[in-house]
Design a protein around this ligand. Sequence first.
Ligand SMILES: [Cu+2]
Length: 146
Amino acid sequence: MYRTIIVLTAGLLTALGLAACVTRPSNLDLSMTHPSQDKKFVVALQAPSTPAPINQIHSWQIKLTTPAGVPISHAHIAVDGGMPEHGHGLPTQPQVTQKIGGGVYLLEGMKFSMSGWWEIKLAIDTADASDKVTFNTMVDAPRQTR
Ligand SMILES: [Cu+2]
């Protein structure tokens, strides 16, 4: 009798554990500076605050350089993203609206509509090269204290 309960409990815990594993990889790379997919650029993404506020429009900055660290100032950067676990995209259509100079760009119109794991994908085009980069970020549930 007790044995049955223990086996059932263990089974339930295993099922819950597996469900948790599906939510996101445990080795999710949250770093905000990455080489692009084909190593043509190095891209740094700067959030407005850590963590980014939920359900508010915010602006980020993107710094783009060559692998050697030379700033790239005349790139076209397209933005996409979403929540891989839920299969939906970004709730807004963020745009790179300004080239600030020194390889820094202003990314406006970002919004996260729920807490959890979000991907931010950039497609970068210059006269010489095209490449992509994906960033991961975790958005927390809203805090009551703010
Ligand atoms: Cu979602």
